[in-house]
Design a protein around this ligand. Structure first.
Ligand code: T1G
Length: 692
């Protein structure tokens, strides 16, 4: 019978079955909590019932608390209260798991007395990825089942474990048949009754904790081993403290209260708001306003990649990884062999880490066919150009591709800056031309900027958005301008960084401010890593910038032993007296007397230049949402997740304060900081980027 809209209750002999069906992921919303509480009351009150199975319909067991309810007035019963009711039930409750039992979902299962799952299920506590911790007892119960070390790894990493691993650790009591979870759970409940098994409460287990008692070094060693990964984040440290509390002299309930206090602190902190923003921003980016959901998708069964260089090779791997055959085209055998060799080495490195098998390496290499004959792309559904970043060369290549590609094939450019419309104009099918801007290394970085040209057809856009999901990328649709969204903002930041060098800052000082803010690396570390000569034209170079001079000196970055920094044979960097001298000489020629620059000026000029450029991009419609700009910078450029991206961070400052700062910077450093009209409008209306 229906208990409420999302919960039903039925019996099978002495077993009651509570089924929750609350798409899309059975999040533990107030309706779900109310339904389960009500159904459980019925089961416990019914003398004919001896045991209860708690199961979900649809694609997964509870995938966690309902994140969309955070920040709203609490609705009874709270998750904690519901879990206490389950754990204190007078009859055994069996959690029947499929899909992903995550966060509050796993915490619910841990309050059940037994747990059964299908082999394909996964269990995890990903709250840390939202800037939170498993605040419904997860940090107290999980260690009691899997032990301290594994619990620390799970609560601070947030990655789920397989049902098999969970079963082997004792987190699951039984593995069900892949397609018979319900029946097997009911049968298991029947055995629990027939064998008169006890009401096992995880909270009462202490054997796994005893192994760690008197060894505080476990926690210090764990902190030290993960210091880099956790740098700047609050949630991992707080999760560790909660796990430590399981070994303290606190009672279980006192430890639960401690966990709750740290959870509330995280919930109130902007770091969690930022990471929840990123979670939803990534999913929002997949939705294209104005593109009907039933827009036809062009099947992409085979792909061609033109260019077997660093980018082309990485791009090809994305498709081979998901079983899509790739024709990889080069114009000379040496380059093709080199490219295929790099791909094979990449796969073998991954295999050496145990992430894929040797058989996977051969399967994936078998899907990539190298050729010197561009005619071989004739039956490909999608052709991706990844050759030199120069317009005339790209236009010539697109004309050639257009001549041999089949009718209806999509032609895509991996260009990172150039005008897509100009590229499309070189073909007879501009409506089938789109930008697929991958980020280096293309087989690793999750971001894919999908650039729409003025003629790009809706079906081509829809196909590209779906393709991003197929190859496990975060696809973000952007408009066509120099640098699109990510690189245009990067250029604004880089211009300020270069100006700061001339003013008196050193590359390492600029980079230090950025890494202190939370970026994985600074502007000049990144330039040296990617190659100081990216986009540099030897023939046209005229010592017009520090960067040109360094390249003219052969200082192309890490690959040449020096760029803005010097590098030893292990590519460890040290400040470069040579680069500093180039900066000083160049500044002198410009008539600039270099002077010390303080960190605050570096911070403000870099960050507010990015915010202002992001606002201009939004105002021009190049990005359709502020959260799209954020997800581009978090997934493509290492903006720290705990401050949500440039636009979210600006909202944290408050746009009136951003406007005032921009005006002050404009007065000091000129029109690069003239506030975007969008910021002026929003500030005047008391709004933020989140409101557009
Ligand atoms: N709450 C609300 N909505 C959620 C949700 C959640 N927990 N998880 C997913 N959604 C929505 C998502 O926004 C999208 O909506 C749709 O479901 C499909 O998601 C007390 C406090 C489960 C692995 O962190 O990891 O429990 O865009 O596109 O790729 O300790 O969703 O369709 O409108 O991601 O198949 C802890 C988060 C919460 C899990 C499925 N749980 N979710 O992936 O689909 S905090 C999580 C995921 C907590 C307790 C604490 C994934 C997924 P829309 P999707 P998917």
């Amino acid at each position: 019978m229906k208990v409420n809209d999302v919960t039903s209750y039925e019996t099978d002999g002495r077993v009651a079955i509570i089924t929750v069906d609350s798409p899309p992921v059975n999040a533990l919303s107030s309706a779900v909590r109310q339904g389960v509480a009500q159904a459980l009351d019925s089961a416990l009150a019914d003398e004919a019932i001896g045991a209860v199975v708690l199961i979900c319909a649809g694609r997964t067991f509870f995938a966690g608390a309902d994140i969309s309810e955070f920040g709203k007035p609490p609705v009874e019963p709270s998750l904690r209260d519901l879990l206490k009711t389950i754990e204190d039930a007078s009859k055994p409750v069996i959690a029947a798991i499929h899909g992903t039992a995550l966060g509050g979902g796993l915490e619910t299962a841990l309050c059940a007395h037994y747990r059964i799952a299908v082999p394909s299920a996964k269990c995890g506590l990903p709250e840390v990825k939202l800037g939170l911790l498993a605040g419904a007892g997860g940090t107290q119960r999980l260690p009691r089942v899997v032990g301290i070390a594994k619990a620390l790894e799970m609560v601070t990493g947030g990655d789920p474990i397989s049902a098999r691993a969970a079963y082997d650790m004792g987190l699951l009591d039984e593995l069900a048949g892949e397609s018979s979870l319900r029946a097997d759970a009911i049968a298991f409940a029947g055995r629990v009754l027939a064998e008169n098994r006890p009401l096992v409460k995880v909270r009462d287990k202490t054997d796994k904790l005893d192994e760690a008692r008197g060894k505080p070094e476990i926690f210090e060693q764990f902190r030290a081993a993960n210091a880099k990964r956790f740098k700047g984040f609050l949630a991992p440290e707080y999760s560790i403290r909660c796990v430590e509390a399981t070994l303290s002299d606190r009672s279980f309930d006192e430890a639960l209260a401690y966990e709750r206090s740290l959870f509330e602190e995280l919930m109130a902190d902007s770091q969690s708001a930022a990471q929840r923003h990123v979670f939803f921003a990534e999913r929002q980016a997949a939705k294209v306003d104005g593109l009907p959901a039933d827009t036809p998708i062009i099947p992409i069964r085979t792909v061609a990649v033109i260019g077997a260089g660093t980018m082309g090779g990485g791009i090809a791997m994305n498709f081979a990884n998901v079983g899509i055959p790739v024709t990889l085209v080069e114009n000379n055998a040496a380059a093709l062999d080199r490219g295929l060799g790099v791909i094979r080495r990449n796969y073998e490195t991954t295999a050496s880490k145990g992430k894929i098998s040797a058989d996977d390496v051969e399967k994936r290499m078998g899907l990539i066919r190298g050729t010197l004959d561009i005619a071989d792309i004739g039956d490909c559904d999608l052709v991706i150009e990844a050759i030199f970043e120069q317009m005339d060369i790209k236009q010539e290549m697109f004309a050639r591709i257009d001549a041999v590609a089949k009718p209806g094939a999509i032609l895509a450019s991996n260009t990172s800056y150039l005008d897509l419309d100009q590229i499309a104009a070189a073909t007879s099918r501009p409506d089938h031309v789109i930008g697929l801007h991958f980020f280096s290394p293309a087989n690793v970085m999750r971001l894919l900027e999908i650039v729409r040209g003025s003629a790009t057809a809706p079906t081509v856009i829809a196909t590209a958005m779906k393709l991003a999901k197929t190859i496990n990328k975060v696809g973000v649709l952007v408009g066509n301008c120099f640098g699109f969204v990510g690189n245009r903002i990067l250029a604004a930041r880089a211009a300020q960084a270069d100006a700061l060098l001339l003013k008196g800052a050193s590359p390492s000082q600029v980079d230090q401010v950025m890494t202190d803010f939370g970026f994985a690396m600074g502007n000049y570390q990144m330039r040296d890593l990617a190659g100081n000569d990216v986009g540099w034209n030897r023939e046209k170079s005229s010592s017009s910038t520090v960067r040109e001079i360094l390249n003219e000196m052969g200082r192309h970055g890490q690959k040449s032993g020096g760029g803005y920094y010097d590098y030893d044979e292990k590519r460890n960097r040290t400040p470069s007296p040579v680069a500093l001298q180039v900066i000083e000489d160049f500044a002198a020629k410009q008539g600039i007397v270099r002077q010390p620059v303080d960190e605050q000026e570096i911070h403000d000029r870099l960050l507010f230049a990015m915010v202002n450029e992001g606002a201009k991009i939004l105002d021009e419609g190049i990005a359709s949402r502020a959260s799209d700009v954020d997800i581009i910078w978090v997934t493509g450029y290492g903006w720290p997740r705990y401050s949500g991206g440039p636009m979210f961070w600006a909202d944290l400052q408050g746009l009136p304060a951003v406007l005032a700062k921009l005006k002050a910077l404009e007065a000091a450093h000129g029109p690069a900081f003239t506030p975007s009209p969008l910021i002026e409008r929003l500030a005047a209306e008391g709004k933020g980027f989140k409101d557009i």
